[in-house]
Design a protein around this ligand. Structure first.
Ligand code: SF4
Ligand code: SF4
Length: 292
């Protein structure tokens, strides 16, 4: 992929985020859900995709496997590029949740829900634009094979991890809370498409897997664990208990529906571990990123 193609894809995504009326809170249409996105690229042949089979699970496909399963076309990893983006929640939404203690703020709950509807729209848009320009593209989480599952080793998982795709594209590093800390912080959502495009340079410079989290640097911080009302972030083991987190989300659904009028209280995640913490909107100060 030439730099001009990368620039074109990046500006396509940034322009959509800045102009789409779907990137607005339905309860407060003057407010955007997401700020300007970060966009990264990684070759389908990057060795990390194969390593993910050991890290995430055998069920997690390489881009080439996913492309074949979805389109029926066999394409080498070298001829595929994963385009990943980070959508940082706006400061208004993040700060509204920063003082919450036992559940999400109204803006966070709505932003989390409306924001993922928008993210799906963006996934479909980027895939369609690329395909229209002659670069066949798919959005993994919108594909027919995408599903969530419970794995014996790692617990709750999905057949395409947007966070791991963003890490592969050099957009961030994992924190104690399990979130991906990007240059714009951990309070964000991410998305990706796989396109039939060849990257010129196959190698991406990325941080160490946990290189942006203070806890993994020197054992300090742990603010996300202290903020979690479900004790789902285990300081001792450095792990995020996704089942416990989901159980807590379920337990507050009736309250969310009653308080904020969200049908069924569907909002997936209170986000307390991503707000009111040093990595909410930036890489924590004092961190010197180590690149792998
Ligand atoms: S709040 Fe602190 S310990 Fe938790 S992920 Fe962020 S930097 Fe790491
Ligand atoms: S989103 Fe989950 S892990 Fe994070 S604070 Fe809420 S319950 Fe805890």
């Amino acid at each position: 992929m030439h730099n001009s193609t990368k620039e074109w894809v990046g500006s396509l995504i940034r322009a959509h985020v800045s102009s789409s009326h779907q990137n607005r809170l339905r309860i407060a249409p003057s407010l955007c859900i997401y700020d300007e996105p970060l966009v990264g690229f990684v070759s389908g042949a990057d060795p990390l995709w194969v390593q993910y089979k050991a890290i995430i699970g055998e069920f997690h496909p390489t881009p080439a496997e996913l492309f074949r399963e979805t389109t029926g076309n066999t394409v080498g990893g070298n001829d595929l590029t994963v385009i990943s983006w980070i959508l940082p929640f706006t400061h208004t939404i993040v700060s509204s949740n920063a003082t919450q203690t036992d559940g999400p703020s109204e803006y966070w709950a709505h932003g989390r829900r409306d924001g993922e509807v928008y993210n799906d729209l963006l996934r479909a848009y980027v895939a369609a634009e690329l395909t229209g320009a002659g670069f066949e593209a798919i959005a993994p989480v919108l594909g027919p094979g995408f599903t969530t599952l419970t794995d014996e080793q790692i617990g709750l998982a999905s057949t395409w991890s947007e966070r791991h795709a963003a890490y592969a594209a050099g957009l961030g590093a994992f924190g104690l809370s399990g979130g991906l800390i990007s240059r714009r912080g951990v309070a964000m959502r991410c998305g990706s498409v796989v396109a039939r495009l060849k990257l010129q340079a196959a190698r991406v410079t990325r941080p160490k897997r946990r290189g942006y989290c203070s806890f993994f640097q020197d054992g300090s911080c742990r603010a996300c664990a202290s903020r979690c009302p479900a004790a789902a972030i285990r300081r001792d083991r450095g792990a995020h208990d996704k089942a416990r987190c989901q159980e807590f989300s379920r337990s507050i659904r009736a309250r969310i529906e009653k308080l904020y009028g969200i049908p069924g209280g569907e909002s997936s995640g209170c986000g307390l571990c991503q707000t009111g913490v040093p990595c909410s909107e930036r890489i924590p100060s004092g961190i010197s990123p180590v690149l792998s």
